[in-house]
Design a protein around this ligand. Structure first.
Ligand code: DAH
Length: 338
């Protein structure tokens, strides 16, 4: 028969397990720990009494006491972990807080302006095509009627990769590539990146252009003016006037620079238009018959016109910006305004 002491130890063990399980807070659990497992707790007291047992009884009683104490320690630990988990979850999840909205990205103002320009021309019947940024001297210059050593090549500070390969200085090479691949009628616009050795408040070594080309039967200079007037009123405002000034490009004859009435003063003259009332937006002209020679078109059967504009320039005029570098600095305070 077990001694009285062992019975008491068994009872203490059972009560300890019950108390740890029942503890509803960290404070209750700690009180139970002190009561049963503390240095002056029930287990300590009972174990001290083991010394009063006879030599024969002591080993078995000691083994029971140790086993029950160990079970109590484990039960205490399990209870502590359960309470802790519940506590930290409560602190982490406050269901009354308003939700956090993930911030949404949006198109860069240059991509958006390019898309807007292309959309306007798409509605007028143009297709949109793209071409390589690493270009050959042939497409960038030669086939556009820039002969070797012609001073017109100096108009564009070219970034060469090798004597024959370069970063295209304009989107005009796509005129040649498009005509090579297609028979007239050709109605295309070409958005894309272009490169020049140039960098200041209005020039960037990488910038964007949109090229336009129509080659069809009976296309005249009046069509050029009509299409570009339609573009200006769709892009800026419905009553935007345009003006054509004689100019020179090797691949067009005659050539014209196109201005729009100043978007700020409407033509009266201000700081933006430097008092002239006009802002230059693009270069254009009737395709030079020499260019048709490079692509096997017969200038007696067809005619056409081309134009090219800087997308940054259009965006700067449209949104009243004065520093081209803002587009590339990834400053969200600037970019999120569009
Ligand atoms: N490629 C010219 C430039 O970057 C712009 C240009 C002028 C394009 C006249 C044309 C054009 O298509 O007809 O300076």
């Amino acid at each position: 028969m077990e001694s009285n002491l062992v019975e008491k130890i068994r009872e203490a063990g059972a009560r300890a397990l019950e108390a740890f399980q029942k503890a509803a807070s960290a404070e209750e659990l700690e009180a139970a720990r002190v009561e049963f497992l503390g240095t002056k707790g029930q287990f300590a007291k009972l174990m001290k009494q083991l010394g009063t047992l006879s030599k024969e009884e002591r080993p078995a009683a000691g083994a029971v006491a140790n086993q029950l104490r160990l079970e109590a320690v484990e039960a205490h630990q399990a209870a502590a972990e359960t309470l802790e988990g519940a506590g930290s979850k409560a602190a982490w999840l406050d269901v009354t807080l308003p939700g956090r909205r993930p911030s949404r990205g949006h198109q860069h103002v240059i991509s958006r302006t390019a898309a807007e320009i292309c959309d306007i021309f798409a509605k007028l019947g143009f297709s949109i095509v793209e071409g390589p940024e690493v270009e050959t001297d042939y497409y960038n210059f030669e086939a556009l009627n820039f002969p070797h050593d012609h001073p017109a090549r100096d108009m564009q500070d070219t970034l060469f990769i090798s004597p024959e390969l370069l970063l295209r200085t304009h989107t005009s090479p796509m005129q040649v590539r498009t005509m090579e691949k297609n028979k007239p009628p050709v109605w295309v616009v070409v958005p894309g990146k272009t490169y020049r050795r140039d960098s200041d408040i209005s020039h960037s070594p990488m910038f964007h252009q949109v090229e336009g080309l129509i080659v069809d039967k009976g296309i005249t200079f009046a069509d050029l003016k009509g299409i570009l007037t339609a573009f200006a009123s769709a892009m800026f405002s419905a009553d935007t006037k345009i003006r054509l000034r004689p100019s020179f490009f090797p691949f067009t004859e005659p050539s014209a620079e196109v201005d729009i009435a100043c978007v700020l003063c409407g033509g009266k003259g201000c700081r933006l238009c430097k008092g002239t009332g006009w802002l230059e937006i693009l270069g254009s002209g009737m395709v030079d018959p020499n260019v048709y020679g490079f692509v096997g078109y017969d200038p007696n059967e067809i005619s056409g016109f081309a134009f090219g504009m800087g997308i940054e320039r259009v965006a700067m005029l449209k949104y009243g910006l004065d520093d081209i570098r803002m587009f590339y600095e990834s400053d969200l305070r600037f970019l999120t305004q569009f």
